[in-house]
Design a protein around this ligand. Structure first.
Ligand code: HEC
Length: 129
């Protein structure tokens, strides 16, 4: 299921990177938006590491939610898919962090919501021309 989705997104994405010049890609219409329910979950489970205020250079350099919209659309889409993947595979939030901060653990519903959000944002960016 996930595999198909990644392929379904990757193909138009590759096509897109050839078809559009950077200026039209950077027109600012493809911002990632974070509905409140998504933001609430990110705040407790991801932002402690992946934001401007986050701790840890490595986590920030890999993914900074506050800087997500500074990326070009192709990178944005690949980060979003990576987010969905890391959550799906239960790699994030890091288990060591959850041990110290049990409240950061994602419930199944929260994980599903974040995965759905990330995949839909990615599709939305790919779909926009
Ligand atoms: C305790 C700090 C911490 C928390 C909390 C955390 N992460 Fe991470 N994350 C990291 C670190 C450090 C890395 C760098 C790679 C590694 O060590 O696995 C990373 C890597 C990633 C990557 C890979 C980025 C790339 O391009 O390689 C993604 C995606 C990601 N995290 C998403 C999330 C999401 C989504 C959440 C919340 C559900 C989250 N992380 C919570 C520390 C954290």
């Amino acid at each position: 299921m996930k595999q198909y989705l990644i392929i379904a997104i990757a193909i138009p994405l590759i096509a897109m990177s050839f078809a559009f010049d950077q200026s039209s890609l950077n027109s600012g219409t493809q911002d990632v938006t974070r509905p409140e329910e998504v933001q609430t979950i990110l705040n407790k489970s991801c932002m402690p590491c992946h934001s401007d205020q986050g701790s840890g250079l490595k986590s920030k350099s890999k993914l900074n939610f506050d800087k997500l919209n500074d990326l070009d659309p192709t990178k944005k889409v690949s980060k979003l898919l990576k987010i969905a993947e890391e959550i799906e595979e239960k790699k994030m939030p890091k288990s060591g962090y959850i041990k110290k901060h049990p409240e950061a653990a994602l419930t199944t519903d929260e994980a599903d919501l974040l995965i759905k959000w990330a995949e839909e944002e990615a599709e939305q960016i790919v779909g926009k021309k």
